[in-house]
Design a protein around this ligand. Structure first.
Ligand code: ATP
Ligand code: MG
Length: 723
């Protein structure tokens, strides 16, 4: 591959960034869709083919596993060879790889297991209970949040001064207990992966200089969302001899709530001097209307680094803003629109529905089933986080490693086999006192138990032994297939009445496929077994969810999960106050700014057509509430939009400002106010009901008057006449 192939399809600025020559670090600071990710990928190709940089000398950090997967594909296409061994992945994935390669130096057992957020929560809760820490005063969730937050900042219990704050004091205590527990059980949580791998390099100068020499080029995508430890990790790996190349966009920083520091972008200039900043200004993704609307929206944020983005792709279609009565109607509008696109030859996977919160997906799912359109939901519960999958992995883990206590706890009585909580508590105590693992402890206390308990527990121990022995020479997927039967899990889920669609059983079968597709890549001095590799992947991977099916499905995901992606047709739904922006963010300017950036990210995913929608009444989190259109809608200049309002009986209709007064609404049977009803007020004249809230004396009604504008009135005193 020659130079002209590499810079083919890049503009001057992009090309300049790709072949950046002088030994400087670089920051590519640019708005959405300006080709940052493309530049980063091409730069790697350039380094490898033109600068003879060895593939193993490159460290590339992406934001999701999906992005890492795509980057690998793209690169192996560009370089025309497989690049399996290359260090490209998420911060978590790379940290994990480092720790596996140097477990001993990191004070970890070679078989350490990754603890996901659910298991972490369970352990914290149990430790608090065992140490009589009052859950009502110190909610375990909050303590968990605290611990992870501290780790993201690079702090251990000894680094925290609680002062007079009781919550912090107790949380630090739990933090200590939790650390001991993880150490004793060879567990490592997500935040720990990062912190531990940072400490590993920091405290081990030989290892550090080895990696500093090895990684001649460090490239980071989505830099605006790095947290403190991630930043420090990169800073540590920079020896001044090697080069750091970051791309980012301050307007797309959306993980502040999880410890990401937008300031890291600003700090780069000082901490990584000399640093060359390159700005890209042409957007290649979206139409003019989509881009200009997004620019106008984000202009409402202060404290921006400021960028201008333009496109020469033409204005394109207007952005639809659809108002529906309920979330069900909203879903119907969106899905029927998608149906029309599909009839016109659009592929389902060219359409995406993006929402603020996972709970919103339900209404759409029902509609997709009704319309018989294939869809896939990303996020929510990831494949490997599903209960049935974790059950199966529990068996696999215990077969691989008898000391895996988390797995033991999960499956000892699942499927149920008559082992009660009391027995498990005895096992735990015995294990604690005798410094042994739960499976060992179980064998040892067996003779002391009453007959029935002893029989049940003995059965379990024998089962695990038998399964371990039987499957010794099986391949990974044979092992999985075998354990599903032998453990009784398949049978259990076959008889599970709550699983009406058989989805759980199907998922278990999918796990066999996942095991079969798993590519084990033993590399460096990394000696982990295939099974352990697979188990770790299961804990880390978020994109393994039905990779094969992606092509034919409409894509549903949160806006957070859509970062970096693009789709021809995007529906950004639930554009309502208290949902988007979220209620918690409304009184905090910095949170509100982050919500607005999130809206900007959502809008800029769209290439050809963007539709925004909101419902007047929404059932969410167990309640049905009236809502107001999101303020973000008001921040988009109307020249870029086309408003559509749902009409009774019809799904959609274009309407003009005044149309609303011409519709044939009637008050409902009890003479109650209905949305859309025409009324007359003694002073303000004719108007139409937009919204109402409250009941009885305090009921209020919002009316859009023809002449007097929109007003809220107390129903009881409004003296309204129905027209
Ligand atoms: P985001 O901020 O959303 O992550 P980005 O800046 O990383 O966006 P890319 O995803 O790299 O942008 O590029 C956006 C789209 O524009 C992609 O489809 C990409 O292939 C295309 N693109 C980028 N540069 C060019 C170019 N010079 N000519 C044509 N298409 C381009
Ligand atoms: Mg990108």
């Amino acid at each position: 591959m020659n130079l002209s192939e590499i810079i083919n399809g890049l503009n001057d600025k992009q090309g300049q960034a790709v072949i950046l020559k002088d030994a400087k670090n670089a920051l590519i600071l640019a708005g959405a869709g300006s080709g940052k990710t493309r530049v980063l990928t091409r730069r790697i190709a350039y380094l490898v083919t033109q600068k003879d940089v060895h593939i193993d000398s490159i460290l590339a950090v992406t934001f999701t596993n999906k992005a890492a997967f795509e980057m690998r594909e793209r690169l192996s296409e560009l370089l025309r060879r497989p690049i399996r061994s290359m260090w490209v992945g998420t911060f978590h994935g790379l940290a994990h790889r480092l720790l596996r390669a140097h477990a001993a130096e990191a004070n970890l057992d070679a078989k350490f297991q990754i603890l996901d957020a659910q298991d972490q929560a369970r352990i914290i809760k149990r430790l608090m209970k065992a140490n009589q820490i009052d859950e009502s005063k110190y909610p375990p969730r909050k303590v968990q949040w605290f611990i992870n937050g501290q780790k993201d900042e690079g702090r251990r219990p000894a680094d925290i001064d609680p002062g007079y704050n009781y919550f912090i004091k107790q949380s630090v205590r739990v933090f200590e207990l939790y650390e001991q527990h993880c150490k004793a059980n060879d567990l490592i949580d997500f935040a720990e992966l990062l912190l531990r791998s940072y400490e590993l390099l920091k405290n081990n100068s030989e290892l550090l200089s080895h990696y500093q020499r090895r990684f001649e080029h460090i490239l980071v995508d989505e830099f605006q969302d790095t947290n403190t430890v991630q930043y420090k990790w990169i800073r540590l790996l920079w020896s001044k001899e090697n080069q750091v190349f970051c791309v980012g966009d301050d307007d797309q920083s959306i993980y502040g709530w999880r410890g990401a520091k937008i300031e890291n972008l600003h700090k780069l200039e000082v901490d990584f001097a000399p640093l060359k900043t390159i700005r890209l200004e042409q957007n290649y993704r979206s139409t003019g209307n989509i881009l200009n609307a997004s620019n106008a929206l984000i202009a409402n944020n202060t404290k921006r680094l400021g960028k201008s983005l333009w496109t020469d792709s033409g204005a394109g279609e207007l952005i639809d803003i659809f108002e529906s009565r309920t979330e069900t109607d909203e879903a119907d509008f969106v899905v029927s629109s998608i149906q029309k696109y599909i009839n016109d030859g659009v592929f389902p996977d060219e359409c995406a529905i993006l929402y603020r919160s996972n709970a919103q997906s339900r209404a759409f799912e029902e509609c997709f089933i009704k319309y018989n359109i294939p869809y896939i939901i990303y996020g929510g519960l990831r494949f490997f986080e599903r209960a049935e999958i974790k059950d199966a992995l529990g068996y696999l883990r215990l077969m691989e490693n008898p000391a895996d206590n988390v797995a033991f706890e999960r499956i000892v009585n699942f499927p149920t086999r008559g082992i009660g909580n009391a027995t498990v508590a005895i096992i735990r105590t015995f294990a604690d006192e005798n410094h042994t693992n739960l499976l060992q402890a179980a064998s040892q206390i067996l003779p002391t138990l009453p007959t029935r308990a002893a029989n049940s527990l003995g059965g379990f121990i024998q089962l695990i032994e038998k399964m371990t022995n039987d499957s010794k020479h099986f391949t990974l997927s044979e092992k999985v297939a075998y354990l599903l039967e032998a453990s009784g899990l398949i049978e259990h889920y076959e008889n599970d009445k709550t699983d009406k669609t058989g989805g759980k059983k199907a998922n278990l079968e999918e796990l066999i496929a996942a095991a079969e597709q798993y590519n084990h890549e033993p590399d460096d001095n990394n000696k982990i077994s295939e099974t352990l590799g697979f188990i770790s992947l299961a804990s880390l991977d978020s994109a393994a969810d039905g990779k094969a099916q992606i092509n034919q499905n409409v894509q549903l995901m949160t806006i957070h999960a859509a970062k970096g992606l693009e789709f021809p047709y995007v529906f950004l739904v639930g554009m309502e106050e208290d949902l988007f922006p979220s209620r918690q963010s409304k009184d905090e300017p910095h949170l509100l700014d982050e919500e607005r950036r999130l809206c900007y990210v959502g809008m800029t995913r769209a290439m050809q057509k963007l539709s925004l929608s909101f419902a007047i009444k929404r059932f969410l989190h167990g309640q049905s509430l009236y809502s107001y259109p999101s303020r973000f809608l008001g921040e988009i200049p109307s020249e870029f939009t086309n408003s559509i309002k749902q009409k009774f009986g019809a799904t959609q209709k274009n309407y003009q400002e005044d149309d609303i007064f011409n519709q044939d609404f009637e008050p409902d049977e009890q003479g109650q106010l209905a949305i859309g009803a025409m009324v007359k007020h003694p002073k303000f004249g004719f108007g139409s009901v937009l919204n109402f809230e409250g009941t009885g004396e305090s009921a209020r009604v919002q009316i859009k008057f023809k002449k007097a504008g929109t007003k809220w009135l107390i129903s009881a005193y409004a003296n309204l006449e129905f027209v």
